[in-house]
Design a protein around this ligand. Structure first.
Ligand code: URP
Ligand code: ZN
Ligand code: ZN
Length: 469
């Protein structure tokens, strides 16, 4: 048994900030004690000095797409490269989206995702299940998944012919989720009219990446959000809106929450830091570069940023996840040159989430405690991982980050570990970065280097609990 001491750091949880020694045994946090008591507590095998640094729970990214087949290609990070990158950025748990292919079973989809992750993931992981059909068989099959710890399901109002399900199917799945204690998560953009706008733009000869945003207006997301909230209200179940990008969708969530409904929502760093302008390419430069910023919902005009930050500060938004879904510019985004609708949708982000959000702390947009809450504690609570994950507490897994608030890092393809040939934040210098990352008590990243004894396969599948907020 290794006894590890993280000595004298400033521990930050969702609720408290305090200087303490954090003791780890058998992969668990076993004590949080005053540094003055250190001598009485015996010798550790390993001491990590955290003086002058923050000690925070490892990040939980509850929205990733490793090896997602999409748009005629496959997301370029797999469970190996993607989880190693996550760890370098201070994230120690991901919840990835398994897919039920149309005409196939939930079981087959889940088995396929287990096969992708097992033996490859470097950090712990769980799964949501994307449901592309809510028929008698899949509704029945939800129960087995919930028993196995896959307790949340994603449904799409977008992507007709691929993922889109109609309101009746969504409603049936919501009722079933209510019976099982599962959570429905929604991609809430109304895809049928969007497809008409896309076709019209192409007919008019508009092919550049920015038309991805111009054909998916804010109102399409606001309307989808309102509809999803209404269906959840009728079904009397909680609902979680994924990747919320814009002011009006946020206002729909706020109204629902103000009426006491159990409505939850996440946003993503790209909606807080990037904008529709990025989709136009560099000023006076190559408009094709905008392809690197094509994700869905699309990036919005920059005035939305303040609304989303305010939503995070005021508890109207509960989580920041990444929707990590990287595609290389070469060979992948390239598929949509000359036709924006064929650009694979998604952006890299699993490694840079904490770096970027810490900028929000430095700018006074959110407190350190709120930073911990939206990156770790709230996703753990909403998705049935708490208190094993998401906080610093006796008995919790020792997924811990020693965060150096002064150390600078330049974000770029050459400094990051994601398997993708560009960075949306190329050249951006951030202040604050993980000095040490521990997963279940093992030091896996130190000074931006992988130092874990093993890498691929050390991550464990997490059987998540049912919804209980
Ligand atoms: O652009 C995105 N978001 N790609 C991943 C699929 C999704 O809708 O989450
Ligand atoms: Zn989505
Ligand atoms: Zn996604």
């Amino acid at each position: 048994m290794t006894r590890t001491l993280i000595a004298g750091g400033t521990c930050v949880t969702a609720s408290d900030t305090f200087v303490a020694d954090l003791w780890i045994e058998n992969g668990k946090i076993v004590a949080l004690t005053a540094p003055s008591q250190r001598a009485a507590l015996g010798q550790p095998d390993l001491t990590l000095d955290a003086t002058g640094k923050y000690v925070i729970p490892g990040g939980i990214d509850c929205h990733t797409h490793m090896s997602l087949p999409f748009g005629g290609t496959t997301a370029s990070d797999d469970f190996d490269t993607g989880t190693v990158a996550a760890a370098h950025g201070g994230t120690t748990t991901i919840v990835d989206f398994a897919i039920q292919s149309k005409g196939s079973s939930l079981r087959a989809g889940l088995d396929a995702w287990h096969a992708k992750a097992e033996g490859n993931a470097a950090i712990d992981y769980g799964f949501h299940m994307i449901m592309t059909e809510a028929n008698a068989e899949t509704l029945e099959g939800m129960a087995a998944l919930v028993r196995e710890g896959v307790t949340s399901f994603k449904m799409f109002m977008a992507y007709p012919g691929v993922f889109l399900v109609d309101d009746q199917q969504i409603f049936r799945a919501m009722l079933r989720a209510g019976e099982l204690g599962a959570l429905i998560t929604m991609h809430a953009e109304i895809g049928l009219p969007i497809d008409v706008l896309v076709q019209r733009a192409l007919d008019q000869g508009h092919t550049a990446p920015v038309y991805h945003a111009l054909t998916r207006p804010e109102v399409a997301e606001a309307t989808g959000t309102e509809r999803a909230l209404a269906l959840a209200e009728m079904a009397k179940v909680p609902v979680y809106m994924v990747h919320l990008s814009a002011q009006r969708a946020l206002e729909r969530v706020m109204e629902a929450r103000d009426r006491g409904l159990p409505a939850f929502a996440e946003t993503c760093p790209q909606y807080l830091f990037c904008s529709e302008d990025d989709l136009r390419g560099p000023p006076g430069g190559d408009e094709w570069q905008g392809a690197g910023y094509v994700c869905t919902p699309p990036l919005r005009p920059a005035h939305h940023h303040d609304h989303l930050w305010r939503g995070l500060r005021n508890y109207d938004l509960q989580v920041v996840a990444t929707d990590h879904c990287p595609f290389c510019m070469k060979d992948q985004k390239e598929l949509g040159r000359g036709n924006f609708s064929k650009i694979p949708n998604g952006m890299p982000g699993v490694e840079t989430r904490l770096h970027l959000l810490w900028e929000g702390v430095r700018e006074g947009r959110i407190s350190m405690n709120r930073f911990v809450e939206i990156t770790a504690t709230a996703p753990a609570k909403i998705f049935g991982l708490y208190p094993r994950k998401g906080t610093l507490a006796v008995g919790a897994d020792a997924d811990v980050v020693i965060w150096d608030p002064e150390l600078q890092k330049r974000l770029g393809v050459d400094t990051l570990h994601m398997n993708v040939d560009y960075s949306p934040f190329e050249g951006k210098v951030v202040t604050g970065t993980p000095a040490v990352v521990l997963s279940r008590g093992e030091v896996i990243v130190q000074n931006d280097l992988w130092v874990g004894k093993t890498k691929q396969g050390r991550g464990q599948f997490l059987k998540r609990g049912t919804f209980n907020l």
